[in-house]
Design a protein around this ligand. Sequence first.
Ligand SMILES: NC(=O)c1ccc[n+]([C@@H]2O[C@H](COP(=O)([O-])OP(=O)(O)OC[C@H]3O[C@@H](n4cnc5c(N)ncnc54)[C@H](O)[C@@H]3O)[C@@H](O)[C@H]2O)c1
Ligand SMILES: [Zn+2]
Length: 378
Amino acid sequence: MQPIGGAGVIRVPVQSGQRDYQVLVGNGALHEAASDLAAVCSGGAAIVVSDANVAPLYMAPVCAALRDAGCAATEVVLPAGEAQKCLARAEELFGVMYERHLTRADTVVALGGGVIGDLAGFVAATYLRGLRLVQVPTTLLAQVDAAVGGKVGVDFRAGKNHVGTFYQPWTVLADVQTLATLPARERRNGAVEVVKYALLAGGETMTLIEGALSGAPVTGDSARDPAGLCREDVVAECVRYKARVVAADEREESGERHLLNLGHTIGHAVEAAGRFSRYSHGEAVALGLHAMLWLSERLTGLDAADAERATRLLAAVGAPDRLAEVDGDTVVELVARDKKAAGPQITFVLLSAPGAPVRNVHVPSESIKEVVEWLQRP
Ligand SMILES: NC(=O)c1ccc[n+]([C@@H]2O[C@H](COP(=O)([O-])OP(=O)(O)OC[C@H]3O[C@@H](n4cnc5c(N)ncnc54)[C@H](O)[C@@H]3O)[C@@H](O)[C@H]2O)c1
Ligand SMILES: [Zn+2]
């Protein structure tokens, strides 16, 4: 690949067994992406998969860049939402690819949030055993998390991401300018993952993220809007952390990748207890991170001052700190069920300090009950 760097564009390399690629992070990067796209799909065909919220905003510049790259693009616009991440939609996309006679030399471009990225990525990984894949993430969550690392898939029955595989993209184009049109609640979702990286990485990463969040404005819906995080340096720093973890454990085998589950064990239970509608993923993970801090103070020696510092970050994002919308006992039951399903050796990721995560911590059932009770405090 022959990348050219525009002003202000940060390139984060990702190394993996499957392929090495770059995540291009920039402000206005979509307009500078033609040469990167040309390197992937010049002279071929592409389908650009997007959703009904994203396509009217960003389909045109992406298709223009593809045209400049000498690539014939077919646009596919799906309704928005998690329900689209299913086999029926995948089959529809296979149908479009079949009708257009796409070959393995052609490209799938995923333009949207994590739903589109996971679905289009799954289709790219499986049609003809794998076409080229370009991720163009347009949510903060997708830019710092979903578009990087190669996990693709669809939901199946009650199982979220139950059918899928690991398939690394050829390139990722993350334009922070696209985050300006995100609803504040979606920005907060991604911001909670950014705080997760701050806690995992500590040091200068945490200071950078604290700086970007200072003075986060209060929005109309009376929560803080972490728009300050929608910056190239912040997104690139998170991608760098994820890239390191993915390089060390591409297929979630050695356990390194479990680090990314910080706050997610209880977070997932909260999300499921609210049937995926009471709390958004980010809100649930924020509660999971609060619980993680409480447990870390008691089990892995996290300093009270560091816990307080982390709590301030979560508050600046506008994330909830009290479990009020779902039943606490259900959360405890779901954590227990998850632990059982995953096997007794699967345990929690806690912190001994910011930048010093501890994996495989055994948390007694009693402590899980206590921390969920604490989350429900008035
Ligand atoms: N593959 C992975 O490693 C990984 C990691 C984390 C999450 N995920 C998956 O990601 C999905 C969640 O992703 P998400 O939070 O991006 O949700 P999403 O894709 O549903 O996007 C959220 C909403 O924002 C809208 N939107 C997207 N970009 C926009 C923009 N720039 N301007 C205005 N509106 C915009 C979308 O239409 C949607 O309504 C879940 O399915 C989850 O399982 C995958
Ligand atoms: Zn998450």
